[in-house]
Design a protein around this ligand. Structure first.
Ligand code: SDX
Length: 435
């Protein structure tokens, strides 16, 4: 633990003489924590926090979120400045190493990623095992997990070099795996990565190009792709990052941990929300039908949610959503899409929701997923690929958080406890005696 201990929280069990002081630990910025590690041993009780809404599971230096103020920092740098002035690979270096690279460090890092973008030729065979209409996230789970079978030279997580080469391989190969998942789904030939292209341009090339025609990157779309990747790179201890950390705490290899993160991200409450937003907008269909949809959302019996809205941490505007909205306008303008009905619908839906007491009282604002789908659809990505792109970007955050955990000397296997509310001990009843 690298916070600063100062002060304590006293816990007393009513009606007993049991009491203890929990050390209060302060980070650089943000909420302090009460260290409960000794509470079970001294007081014989656990804490209870399903969903971990009020529980710090680790000590991290990578990302800081102030949900009330709508602030997101990566190693102290505001997401607005990184999205505007940096590149995805430079942010990847920052997340992994803690500092922005100088010119030579950046050159070496980019070269290192570039040299690992190709896949082992036998990995192509994995794709043939899937139906053409398989959801690409299912393909991602399978193929990324299978990488463990190809890199026996880098599975020792205690070896710094193994951790380093695994990080390069995962960051470099995810775009190729993702683009091939798409090409497989439409029956087009796989496009091999090109070392003469930048990371975002290479991804757009592998996704869009065909062997029979030359392909030229559109600089506006390449810049937009790079910015979208930056906005999805890391986000503190979200569900998929926590999944990667928990898997990694057992000593599982990094490829298996990232595959676990991809599986967790797939859920519509998490990374699957961008795909769900497009489905929701299509279901609403027209601005005139927004009030009818909003009343369904407010009806507790309907289980309908305003996808792309709300967040466990942000109780203010997600700063990424604002940048995404601006990027949306840039991309649509570049593509000559003057009035995209989906964007018009989303802007009107946001306007109505932000003034509706139901959403205001619950502090529900647009999150990163609200506008991303509109951009990706305009760029030609099918909705089934939206979460795949999220996974490509978040792999950088996952592997950075995994590396931080493995290198933390106080790291232990994750093993939450529970409150048991099932039947107390009882004897087996033979079948003949059961009613
Ligand atoms: C991501 O954790 C991260 O950082 C995730 C992420 C990242 O970068 O990794 O930011 C990426 O996952 C963004 C979130 C994408 N998901 C969605 O857009 C799906 C729609 N949003 C929700 O399902 C919801 O807001 C969550 C899951 C994101 C957050 O859920 P919480 O914190 O558990 O909130 P909650 O369910 O306790 O809701 C509190 C209240 C409830 O109403 P009451 O019971 O108090 O009456 O707000 C309501 C909820 O019903 N509510 C919503 C709502 N989200 C919460 N009502 C309508 N529409 C919504 N979207």
């Amino acid at each position: 633990m690298s916070g600063t201990a100062n002060g304590s929280v006293t816990v007393t069990i009513d009606g007993s003489n049991k009491s203890m002081k929990l050390p209060l630990i302060h980070g650089t910025i943000g909420h302090s924590v009460a260290d409960i590690r000794k509470m079970y041993g001294e007081m014989g009780i656990f804490t209870y926090d399903p969903g971990y809404g009020g529980t710090a599971a680790c000590d991290s230096k990578i990302t800081y979120i102030d949900g009330d103020e709508g602030i997101l920092l990566h190693r102290g740098y505001p997401i607005e400045q990184l999205a505007e002035q940096s590149t995805f690979l430079e942010v990847a270096y920052l997340l992994l190493n803690g500092e922005l690279p100088n010119a030579s460090e950046r050159k070496v890092f980019v070269q290192g990623v570039t040299m690992h973008t190709m896949l082992h030729e036998q990995i192509r065979a994995f794709y043939n095992g899937f139906r053409r209409d398989a959801h690409p996230m299912a393909v991602m789970c399978g193929v990324v997990g299978a990488l463990s079978a190809f890199y026996h030279d880098s599975l020792d997580i205690n070896d710094e070099q193994h951790r380093r080469i695994s990080a390069f391989r995962l960051i470099a190969k995810l775009p190729t795996i993702a683009a091939w998942a798409y090409k497989y789904s439409i029956g087009q030939p796989f496009m091999y990565p090109r070392n003469d292209l930048t990371y975002p341009a290479n991804f757009l090339y592998m996704f869009n190009a065909v062997p029979s025609e030359p392909w030229q990157p559109n600089p506006v779309l390449v810049r937009a792709m790079d910015r979208i990747l930056i906005l999805h790179a890391d986000h503190e201890q979200n569900a998929s990052t926590s999944t990667v950390r928990l898997a990694g705490s057992t000593g599982a290899n990094p490829f298996a941990c990232i595959a676990a993160g991809i599986a967790s991200l797939w859920g519509p409450a998490h990374g699957g929300a961008n795909e769900a937003v497009l489905k929701m907008l299509a279901e609403i269909g027209h601005v005139d039908r927004i009030p009818e949809f909003i009343s369904k959302v407010k009806d507790k019996n309907s289980s309908v949610r305003l996808m792309g809205f709300g967040h466990r941490v942000y109780k203010n505007y997600d700063p990424r959503a604002k940048i995404m909205q601006a990027t949306c306008h840039e991309v649509l303008r570049e593509l000559g899409i003057v009035d995209d009905p989906l964007l018009d619908l989303a802007v009107e839906l946001e306007k109505i929701a932000l003034h509706d007491p139901y959403f205001v009282e619950r502090k529900l604002y647009p999150n990163v997923d609200f506008y991303s789908g509109i951009i990706l659809k305009a760029m030609g990505f099918p909705t089934s690929m939206f979460t795949v792109l999220f996974a490509v970007a978040r792999t950088v955050g996952w592997i950075s958080q995994w590396k931080e955990m493995i290198e933390d000397p106080s790291q232990r296997i994750g093993r939450p406890r529970q409150i048991y509310t099932g039947p107390a001990k009882r004897d087996y009843v033979p079948l003949a005696e059961r009613s």
